[in-house]
Structure formats: structure tokens, C-alpha cells
Design a binder for this molecule. Structure first.
Ligand code: NAP
Length: 300
């Protein structure tokens, strides 16, 4: 069988997906292609129909098509409905198409088990309210996090994300308590056990930026002995260690960057398309990390 796969977006100049999926095709010893399709919005419907007619099995969908593609698909998963966005389309041999969103599982699977196990006792701070914040919020709710405070620079966006979070909570029968605050109110928040940054602050080339100052980070994560399970997660993957992660490392807090989430959302999509058995070993993940780091011009 030959797999015809690809990514739909506009523009697509910076996508890492072809590198990742070609590595996955090679690893699973499957024949196929994964091509970038730079398609403007007015050609989305026609391109999707053509791809399906040509026997394509799978597409990633990225900006600006993640919402617009939804009514063009035969069915939509619960996760994609919760996020209001599709990042993966699975096409069956009869031409029917199913929309999924693998960002949630990409995030949750990137968290090591010891971190996941502590979430039901933890109060976390989520910085940002955009597309990736929705996926992180859904993932944290699914994992049963005790309490999440959503911080935004505009209260109406924090409230809107909280509303979505309450629907996600009902959908997965979770008890997660959700609160909101402004970035400017963080000093009065008290202590949290984990912080997840979903804003682009600190992303290359603006590597000197950080969403929180060192003093505020110290204040939010106190007391912070390394054994207490405190963590800082930055969804950014270029640079590998953002200014925020460097500040956390200075405080002996464990840190995670966005590279594993990027890889694991792709792995989840690849499995849905091909049903391939992929190794779950650290060596396999390390090889994928290295492929992407080379492409990003970052050395391990
Ligand atoms: P997005 O939808 O544009 O959301 C960005 C969020 O950051 C919004 O809430 C925005 O607030 C906030 N923000 C932007 N500039 C800010 C500032 N100066 N101060 C405070 N808040 C600010 O973007 P996204 O798709 O969620 O992506 C966000 C980041 O996550 C990017 O760095 C992206 O590369 C990364 N990401 C990583 C992965 C992964 O797999 N690792 C996946 C997706 C995204 P306003 O609404 O007020 O503008």
C-alpha cells in the first residue's frame, strides 16, 4: 500500500511536518509521501475534494484552515469539537473523511507520568488563551488537574476560554476548578505548582522576552524544592530553552519545551492514518527530536 499524506496550510514555509512524517514513514517501513500543500482559503474545498478523489489517506490541517475545514468533512471527533478546530483529517477508502485534533494528546503524552500523577492535587497557571491554550486546557482537564487559573491580557478572552473549559469539563466528567485573571494581577495569585506558557513571548527571534519576570516566577512557584513536582512548560520549541525555562532552571524547577508536543501530535496523526505500530522507546523519540533540531538549526 502507498500512503498519500500531506499538510494543508497557507503559508507553509516554516512547517516541520514533512521532516517529521518522512521520518515516520521511514521508521515504519511504509511506502508513501507527505507533501506540503500551500492552499489559499478560496481553494480549500476544491483541493480537499481533489485530494480525496486521488485516493489520499491523510492530511494535517494548519493555519488558516483549522476551522474552515470542519464543515467540509463527513464527521468530527469529540476532541476536535471541544477545541473547535481540526488539525488532522483521516480519509477512508470510500471517500468519507473524519476530522480529529491531536494537539490534546500531543500535549498530554508529552508529560512524563510522575508529572501527570500529581495533577489531581495541583493548582496550575495557564498563560495565554489562543488555539494552543485550548488544547492544553482540554488536556489538563482530561488528566483531572485540580485547579487551573487562566491568565490573559484581556479578561474577555480569559472568560471565553473558561466557558469552553467548563464545557470540556462536562464532556469528560472532570471536577477541575477553573479561574481567570489578568497578567497584571498575577502578583496577587498566590502559589501554583506548575506554569504552562502558550503565548509566543520568548519565541525566536525575540529570545530575550519572557511572559513572567524572575521575581514573579519565584513568587508563584514558592516553595519550590525540586522534589515537590513543580514544573514550567513552554510550548515554544525554538529556542529549546526559552528565557522563561532558563529562569525556572535557575530555581531548580523541572522544565519542558514544546518539541515533544509537536512530535507527539504528529505521531498520533500518523498512527490514525496508517495504523502503524511505532516504537514508544526514548531512542525512537530521540531520533525524531534530533531530526527536528537539525532542521531548526538547534543542536541537542
Ligand atoms: P495564538 O492562537 O495566536 O495565541 C497566542 C496567545 O498569546 C493569545 O492568548 C495572545 O493574547 C497571547 N499573547 C500574544 N502576545 C502576548 C503578549 N505580548 N503578552 C501577553 N499575551 C500575549 O497562538 P497559538 O497557536 O496558541 O501559539 C502560541 C505559541 O505556542 C506559539 O509560540 C506557538 O509556536 C506555540 N505552539 C506550540 C505547539 C507545539 O506543538 N509545541 C503547538 C501550537 C503552538 P491576545 O489574544 O490578547 O493577543
Amino acid at each position: 500500500m502507498y500512503f498519500k499524506l500531506g499538510i494543508l496550510g497557507h503559508p507553509l514555509s516554516h512547517t516541520l511536518s514533512p521532516i517529521l512524517h518522512q521520518a515516520l514513514l521511514a521508521e515504519s517501513q511504509l511506502k508513501g509521501e507527505y507533501l506540503p500543500y500551500d492552499i489559499p482559503p478560496d481553494q480549500l474545498s476544491a483541493h480537499l475534494s481533489r485530494f480525496i478523489a486521488e485516493g489520499g489517506q491523510g492530511l494535517n490541517v494548519t493555519i488558516p484552515h483549522k476551522v474552515a475545514v470542519m464543515p467540509l468533512l463527513t464527521s468530527i471527533s469529540q476532541n476536535a469539537q471541544l477545541l473547535g478546530a481540526v488539525n488532522t483529517a483521516i480519509i477512508q477508502a470510500n471517500g468519507s473523511s473524519h476530522g480529529e485534533n491531536t494537539d490534546i494528546v500531543g500535549f498530554t503524552e508529552s508529560l512524563p507520568n510522575p508529572v501527570k500523577q500529581l495533577l489531581p492535587q495541583q493548582h496550575l497557571l495557564l498563560l495565554g488563551t489562543g488555539g494552543s491554550a485550548r488544547a492544553v486546557l482540554a488536556g489538563l482537564i482530561q488528566l483531572g488537574t485540580q485547579k487551573i487559573t487562566i491568565a490573559a491580557r484581556q479578561m474577555k478572552k480569559a472568560h471565553a476560554l473558561k466557558e469552553s473549559g467548563l464545557q470540556m469539563r462536562t464532556a469528560c466528567q472532570s471536577q477541575t476548578h477553573i479561574e481567570t485573571c489578568l497578567f497584571s494581577e498575577l502578583e496577587t495569585l498566590g502559589s501554583v505548582q506548575g506554569i504552562i506558557n502558550t503565548t509566543p513571548l520568548g519565541m525566536w527571534p525575540h529570545t530575550e522576552e519572557a511572559p513572567l519576570s524572575e521575581d514573579l516566577l519565584k513568587h508563584l512557584l514558592q516553595p519550590s524544592p525540586a522534589s515537590s513536582g513543580h514544573f514550567v512548560y513552554d510550548l515554544i520549541y525554538k529556542p529549546r530553552d526559552t528565557q522563561l525555562l532558563k529562569l525556572a532552571q535557575k530555581l531548580n524547577i523541572q522544565t519542558f519545551n514544546g518539541l515533544d508536543m509537536l512530535i507527539l501530535q504528529g505521531v498520533a496523526a500518523f498512527k490514525l492514518w496508517t495504523h502503524a505500530e511505532l516504537p514508544s522507546s526514548e531512542t525512537f523519540l530521540d531520533n525524531l527530536r534530533q531530526e527536528l533540531l537539525n532542521k531548526l538549526n538547534l543542536s541537542e
